[in-house]
Design a protein around this ligand. Structure first.
Ligand SMILES: Cc1cc2nc3c(=O)[nH]c(=O)nc-3n(C[C@H](O)[C@H](O)[C@H](O)COP(=O)(O)OP(=O)(O)OC[C@H]3O[C@@H](n4cnc5c(N)ncnc54)[C@H](O)[C@@H]3O)c2cc1C
Length: 467
């Protein structure tokens, strides 16, 4: 049975308004394209507004490796009073902490200023192909099915929904072991006494992840002291430290490798907490994902009680909110022309066709208390090649963000939000440049990478000169 669809035409369609999609949409619009950004949910930002810090912007050495749209978002958060900035966790990371409530406003401001058309509550549900080209994406909204035609489509859906519908091959988790990183529900607490919390870590450093990057040149105790002097409640409690281990054994806490505490607002004395987990779950199975929600909420509530009862600094703290959605670390990895490899990441590989940089450690969360982590060689950064964005066999589709083309190990590093924003910026810029070229075939592979790199560099992206 044939179906009559409503029809719309745009230069660039971006599916998914998380870090990657926002980077793509803003960059494409700033470069002159008419851009539609659709998201299935009621809010912009994806994981960017869940309270987790933005990783991958600075290397373990403390060198900025992401600029452009990402830095503009931070500047807007700062203008609005919601930017805490880079924090050394004295483990191996420099994270960037922001207020997730302010980040929502900052994202909307930047999208509006760039002229991006935003469509929320809009689910990309299929594609219409024209040979090796994507003619358009079928977007389902309340009571309407729309065929959105676009010269270039950017899949930033996290799950690669568009690419899969278009028949692009993909992998999921560790196929051999049937393993996927666990899902997590983030939450926040206000009224936290940072000084007391940091003093506790200084006096009992065995409870925290500290001093993992050799380049710090500090032992565990010195790291705890430096963390204390930094004065910001960025603390990584470890599951095998006595505090968490005992709470897990006594049934006060779910089994987890970690409890990542990050400041979200200095004014509210608020932190976010990253610790809950449900493993062995394919998050593209909506029924199973939804059935994990009650368990995650119970874990949140237990953990808030544990923090108040057992962790110095939280005695007077009050629960202040759940993340807008269950956080998904890993589902599909779409296979593009180039697949980012384990060694590309681990050995900080640079390449001439780099259009973005990653710098986060290898970071595979396992179910329960397992966690596979490994710093990048020398605390440096690696390049994301342009071919990693080009969906195999399709002329005008790019894939960015969590559903990127990478091995599982490489993905565990490049999935973080600084890298997703940078990847998105590159894709959006490429899409807009192709439109300028008036190529009737709109073949992304015809775009010279040198020109793209020059444009990205001129617009603040960091592509050269990092360790
Ligand atoms: C618990 C947790 C902790 C993490 N910790 C950190 C951290 O500390 N620092 C860090 O930088 N990163 C962290 N990460 C990783 C990082 O947050 C994500 O990998 C990254 O945000 C992914 O960005 P994205 O834009 O690809 O996807 P998302 O942010 O997931 O956005 C995808 C968007 O696409 C929309 N969408 C999905 N399907 C469709 C469809 N079919 N049609 C329309 N819209 C659709 C969704 O509604 C969503 O808004 C963490 C992740 C989790 C889950």
């Amino acid at each position: 049975m044939s179906e009559t669809l409503n029809l719309e035409r745009w230069d660039v369609l971006v599916v998914g308004a998380g870090a990657a999609g926002i980077g793509a949409a803003i960059a494409a619009a700033r470069n002159g394209a008419r851009v539609l950004l659709v998201d299935a949910g009621p809010m912009v930002g994806g994981e960017l507004v869940s309270g987790i810090p933005v990783d991958g912007c600075l290397s373990s050495r403390g060198e900025w490796v992401v600029g452009g749209v990402c830095r503009d978002l931070f500047a807007e958060c700062e203008r609005l009073g919601g930017y805490i900035g880079p924090i050394n966790d004295y483990r191996s990371l420099h994270v960037v902490a922001v207020d997730p409530e302010i980040m929502k406003v900052a994202v909307v401001n930047l999208l509006s200023a760039a002229g991006v058309a935003l469509r929320l509550y809009s689910y990309a549900d299929g594609v219409v192909m024209d040979g090796d080209r994507l003619r358009g994406v079928i977007v389902v909204t309340k009571g309407r099915r729309v065929l959105v035609e676009a010269a270039t489509v950017i899949d930033a859906s996290g799950d690669g929904d568009v690419a899969v519908a278009a028949g692009v091959p993909h992998e999921i988790g560790d196929a051999a072991l049937g393993e996927l990183q666990p899902v997590t529900l983030m939450f926040r607490m206000i009224g936290v006494d940072a000084e007391r919390l940091l003093r506790f870590v200084r006096d009992h450093p065995e409870n925290a992840g500290l001093g993992e990057f050799e380049g710090l040149g500090l032992d565990r105790r010195q790291c705890a002291e430096a963390l204390y002097r930094q004065g910001l409640p960025k603390v990584f409690l470890v599951g095998d430290g006595p505090l968490m281990r005992d709470a897990i054994a006594r049934g006060l806490l779910h089994r987890s490798s970690m409890m990542g505490i990050t400041p979200t607002s200095l004014a509210r004395r608020e932190v976010s907490v990253n610790t809950t987990r449900v493993g062995h779950l394919d998050a593209t199975d909506t029924a199973r994902l939804s059935s994990a929600f009650a368990d995650l909420v119970r874990q949140v509530w237990d953990c808030a009680g544990f923090l108040k009862a057992c962790v110095p600094g939280f005695e007077q703290a009050v629960f202040s909110g759940l993340a807008p959605r269950i956080g998904i670390r890993e589902t599909r990895r779409i296979l593009c022309d180039v697949v980012l490899g384990d060694d590309d990441v681990a050995l900080a590989r640079k390449r001439p066709d780099g259009i973005a940089k990653g710098a986060h450690e290898i970071d595979v969360h396992l179910a329960g208390t397992g966690h596979h982590r490994r710093p990048i060689q020398g605390g440096g950064s690696y390049d994301i090649p342009f071919g990693m964005l080009l969906a195999r066999g399709i002329a005008n589709l790019m894939v960015v963000g969590r559903c990127m083309s990478a091995t599982r190990i490489a993905h565990s590093s490049a999935r973080v939000m600084g890298t997703c924003l940078a990847m998105g910026q590159a894709a959006g810029t490429a899409a807009a440049m192709l439109r300028e070229d008036n190529d009737p075939l709109n073949d992304l592979r015809a775009l010279p990478v040198d020109r793209l790199r020059a444009r990205l560099a001129a617009q603040g992206a960091i592509l050269e000169g990092t360790a």
